[in-house]
Design a protein around this ligand. Structure first.
Ligand code: ARG
Length: 583
């Protein structure tokens, strides 16, 4: 159910009936204030301006044909004309109740499946395997995963691509170091238990130890030429490092699997072909020994083109070359209709360049959308990039463990009697949920301050608040001795709080569509927070289990509760956040 879409179609027809051209934008939106109705159509103003007629007169005509289509049809209670030509639509309570009953029966909660599913390639997480995954990859991982889940819920075909950094010259030094450790009878898993440490050791040797840098370079050459022994060593390194990432995915409740990995190395064999093609098409040129694309479309204010190096003067390929190859693979082999990539905002220029060059070269046909979705940085309380006290990078695994232990303290405080198994399950869901929600609820493109207190608060837009709202509903069901799935009654909408709640519940599809098109899970976070807040107001105003409440009203309100609980848990599930029956 998409009310906005339904109303847009109806208002558009009424506009045509009022003499406006076919295809005039009805500009229907959710009303910002209750006095403006539930939805408003503001399209008349723009149309009147174009036709140079009086908007109010035009709006009157539109309302005339809108009235039978909306009011007589039972969709709206009333339609009002306001100001210079705004049309305010007040939806009918019984109609809302019917729609809600229909979505309650549907396992998709009334969110329709897309008629023509798109194939969407989503590139997210993508840690660099030479090191431990750090907080910078947290955002890509969880924002990407939420968008993926939203796409799948709507019925699109998603192909996850974990573009891991598993290739590059730094592997020479790492493999040389690993081979020495193995020669000294160390087990690879132990040697690589702390990747950060391992990297540091290798780097020190590279900088200070005589002959080591040369050996490292030999390893690079060996790796690139496909030397079997070196390849085995590399494979071992990569495997162990991937296992580290997988532990994090598991903790984070993220859907990425090993089979979603399509690392940089996978494009290796294709890179010479990419360069040959760019040269043959005269898109790239030779410049001081390197192969370069000069991008005039991105010239600076002095008219100097943007410089995009695709092959270094020594013959080495770059991150950029790999991304060009990835464009071709994703559109050609994976048949993507849309490619979505999540990285921090510092890579925005890179992806703009990639897109322009890939389109010119025909690696990315015009009908394939290419959306780089940048995000801001996670900052510490001091407003500076999030680091350890000594200035090191914060390990994701440690951050998540801290979240869970902080949640444990909190839950124990609220619930001293709780048994330890339940405590650990609830704390895990609350702690991880809190970190994810705090991140997902922020405007994607801005930097944000990471703060334990606010994210773990039971008030405000937080995971614990929403999880609490869900568990509170479950406790009502327990008291009423009913189970959520057994409630099949249709809710009757009478009170304003009930209407507000019903309307919000029916707007899930509208929100998901925005989340999907703009890649903004924060809209879903806002929606769920508003839903939970409306539920709290409903709960205050509309008693459910009091003695003087008739059975009819009671079951109707329980039905509304069930709707809210299902939408909360489904919405949180799309964000990758779990709920629990008690807290
Ligand atoms: N590994 C990269 C990094 O950590 C992110 C890769 C993103 N995807 C891509 N196709 N370049 O910055």
């Amino acid at each position: 159910m998409n009310i906005k879409q339904l109303l847009s179609d109806i208002v558009q027809k009424a506009m045509v009936a009022a003499g406006l051209p076919e295809g005039t934008n009805p500009a229907v939106s959710q009303s910002s204030k209750p006095q403006f109705g539930d939805y408003q159509a503001n399209g008349v103003m723009g149309a009147a301006k174009k036709l140079k007629t009086n908007p109010r007169e035009l709006a009157t005509k539109v309302v005339e044909s809108l009235t039978p289509a909306l009011v007589s049809a039972g969709i709206a209670e009333k339609i009002e004309l306001a100001g210079p030509g705004f049309i305010n639509i007040h939806l009918d309570k019984a109609w809302l109740a019917n729609q809600l009953a229909a979505s309650a029966k549907d396992k998709q909660l009334g969110v329709t499946q897309r008629e023509v599913p798109q194939t969407v390639v989503v590139d997210y997480s993508a840690p660099n395997l030479a090191k431990e995954m750090h907080v910078g990859h947290l955002r890509s991982t969880i924002i990407g995963d939420a968008v993926v889940r939203a796409l799948e819920f709507r019925g699109d075909k998603v192909i996850r691509q974990n573009h891991m950094g598993d290739w590059g010259t730094q592997f020479g030094m790492l493999l040389a170091h690993l081979s020495d450790k193995l020669a000294a009878n160390e087990v690879a898993e132990t040697a690589l238990a702390d990747l950060e440490n391992f990297y540091r050791e290798a780097k020190v040797r590279f900088d200070d130890e005589e002959g080591f840098a040369d050996r490292a370079r030999e390893y690079v050459v060996k790796l690139q030429s496909g030397d079997a022994e070196c390849d085995k060593l590399w494979q071992q390194f990569i495997d162990i490092s991937i296992t580290h990432s997988e532990e994090i995915y598991h903790k984070l409740n993220v859907t990425l699997k090993r089979s979603d990995i399509m690392g940089e190395s996978a494009y290796n064999a294709d890179l010479p072909k990419v360069i040959d093609e760019l040269m043959a098409k005269e898109i790239a040129v030779e410049d001081q020994g390197a192969k370069v694309v000069f991008i005039d479309e991105m010239a600076n204010k002095d008219g100097e083109p943007s410089v995009f190096i695709v092959q270094k003067s020594g013959g080495g390929y770059l991150y950029a070359t790999t991304d060009l190859s990835a464009c071709r693979y994703r559109s050609g082999e994976l048949n993507a209709d849309r490619i979505v990539i999540f990285t921090d905002a510092r890579q925005s220029l890179h992806f703009k360049q990639v897109e322009i060059v890939a389109r010119k070269a025909g690696f990315l046909p015009d009908n394939v959308a290419y959306d780089h979705c940048p995000f801001g940085m996670m900052m510490g309380d001091d407003g500076k990039p999030f680091k350890t006290r000594t200035g090191g990078t914060i390990k994701l695994a440690e951050l998540l463990d801290e979240a869970v232990s902080r949640a444990t303290e909190l839950i124990k405080e609220k619930n001293p009697e709780i048994d330890s198994e339940l405590l650990s399950e609830i704390s895990r869901k609350v702690g991880i949920g809190a970190v994810k929600f705090a991140d997902l609820s922020k405007n994607r493109t801005s930097d944000y301050i990471f703060n334990w207190q606010t994210m773990l608060s039971f008030e405000g837009a937080t995971a614990p608040y929403l999880q609490y709202a869900f568990s509170r509903i479950q406790s009502i069901f327990r008291k009423a001795e009913v189970s959520a799935n057994s409630i099949s009654t249709k809710a009757t909408i009478t009170e304003p709080q009930e209407k507000a709640l019903a309307l919000k519940l029916l707007q899930l599809e509208e929100v998901l569509d925005s989340v999907i098109s703009e890649c903004t899970p924060n809209l879903l976070c806002n929606y769920l927070y508003e839903l939970a807040s409306l539920y709290m107001s409903f709960y205050e105003a509309c008693p459910i289990l009091k003695d003087d409440i008739s059975d009819e009203v009671k079951t109707s309100r329980l039905a509304l509760c069930a709707n809210v609980a299902n939408t909360l848990s489904q919405g949180l599930d799309i964000l990758g956040i779990e709920v629990m029956d008690r807290m």
